[in-house]
Design a protein around this ligand. Structure first.
Ligand code: IMP
Ligand code: MG
Length: 179
């Protein structure tokens, strides 16, 4: 049974659209960070597919690190406290950070992480998110690089999951009646 041709999936952003947009974002970061050797921080697991394509579109010396977070409890509360499940390997002192995320939804995760990174002494922090769902925002988050703005629908693919499934889809899709 094919996963990529699953009839329950309705494609929202195609593989070609993703390729083109990620290439543009990489070119823009290449221009903006010339001479600054940015550190790209991937928020696991969702951002790993985007991160791996994005870094190959940035023609600069750069470094990478990885962090994994989970929200406290099932539904994230408005305090927006998130738990760091796997922390960074390298110190942030003096670094120019690009925080790479799959999707900006309520904003609680990225708001927490950018405050946390600032308190660890990063010189600058920019956010690169593949997707942005502005309808669901609870806290303001300043985004420097955004792939696509999408409507308030639950999407999967290209790193994003539904109960850990669908991360390997080479496109972004909406799941019709997910169960
Ligand atoms: P925020 O803190 O509400 O902005 O949460 C962002 C996180 O929620 C993302 O990193 C995703 O893991 C998850 N998320 C939000 N919307 C979606 C979606 O449509 N599909 C899959 N995961 C989502
Ligand atoms: Mg997730």
């Amino acid at each position: 049974m094919s996963e990529f041709n699953n009839p329950k999936l309705e494609i929202l952003i195609s593989t070609d659209q993703l390729k083109e947009r990620v290439r543009e974002m990489g070119a823009q970061i290449t221009r903006d960070y010339a001479g600054r050797n940015p550190e790209l921080i991937c928020v696991l697991k969702g951002a790993m597919v985007f991160m791996s394509d994005l870094v190959r579109a940035i023609d600069l010396p750069l470094s990478m690190d990885f962090i994994a977070v989970s929200s406290y409890g099932k539904g994230m509360n408005t305090s927006g406290e998130v738990k760091i499940v796997k922390d960074l390997d390298e110190p942030l002192e003096g670094r120019n950070i690009i925080l790479v995320e799959d999707i900006l939804d309520t904003g609680l995760t990225l708001n927490y992480l950018s405050n946390n990174f600032r308190s660890r002494g990063a010189s600058s922090i920019a956010i690169a998110t593949l997707l942005n769902k502005p309808d669901r925002r609870k806290v303001d988050v300043e985004v420097s690089y955004q792939g696509f703005e999408i409507p308030d629908k639950f999407v999967v693919g290209y790193g994003l999951d539904f109960a850990e499934r669908y991360r390997n889809l080479p496109f972004i899709a909406v799941v019709k009646d997910p169960v």
